[in-house]
Design a protein around this ligand. Structure first.
Ligand SMILES: [Zn+2]
Length: 190
């Protein structure tokens, strides 16, 4: 039986680069490996992904039919999958003996968990935190969203686009920004 692993962290931890280095290491030992990502991945450059996952796609069936001979499947931006797809990935590891490493964010810009990340924390056999650092030097834990360079705490959980960026912050800096934002809202500036 292979295992389902979740490696989680904030934005800007180098998760994607790390995923490619794992793939290269496996391929060097002739262990067939693929990197997949949800079709709505946060990454601008999708040319290096081997497969893009559709929103409602049954991952167990897809992997059983097309990719059962792989030894490892790495999934980038796994927080954008559905909870059902995470359960399907556990089935892949158990029944098809394909190891799965999911990379993703633990929480959104409001510090709430993504449904799929919560499910991964519940059922993955291996959990590993990828550390990152806040600009103040403390360990980063949360992801602040910026719209046109300004911090915002409003909007839908998944939002991307040219004007949207994210910053990894420690809890102290994050809540400092929350208070600033609330003050600006109350004063009618925002
Ligand atoms: Zn900080």
């Amino acid at each position: 039986m292979s295992r389902l692993c979740f490696q989680y962290g904030t934005v800007h931890t180098g998760k994607t680069r790390y995923a490619y280095s794992i793939k290269n290491r496996f391929m060097k030992y002739h262990l067939p490996t693929m990197i997949m990502a949800p079709k709505n991945t946060y990454q601008d450059d999708i040319s290096n992904y081997d497969y893009l996952i559709e929103k409602e796609e049954n991952l167990f069936l897809t992997i059983k039919k097309q990719f059962h001979s792989l030894r490892l499947i790495i999934i980038d931006d796994a927080h954008l999958l559905s909870e059902v797809q995470i359960d399907q990935l556990l089935q892949v590891a158990i029944s098809l003996n394909v190891a799965i490493i999911c990379f993703g964010l633990r929480t959104d810009f409001r510090t709430n968990g993504f449904a799929s990340a919560k499910r991964l924390l519940e059922i993955a056999q291996v959990l590993k935190e990828i550390p990152s650092t806040c600009p103040c030097g403390e360990k980063a834990l949360f992801n602040a969203r910026k719209e046109n360079g300004k911090i915002t705490f409003s909007g839908t959980q998944i939002k991307q686009g040219q004007i949207i960026t994210y910053e990894a912050l420690c809890p102290k800096c994050y809540y400092h920004k929350v208070m600033q934002y609330k003050k600006l809202k109350e004063s009618g500036i925002l």
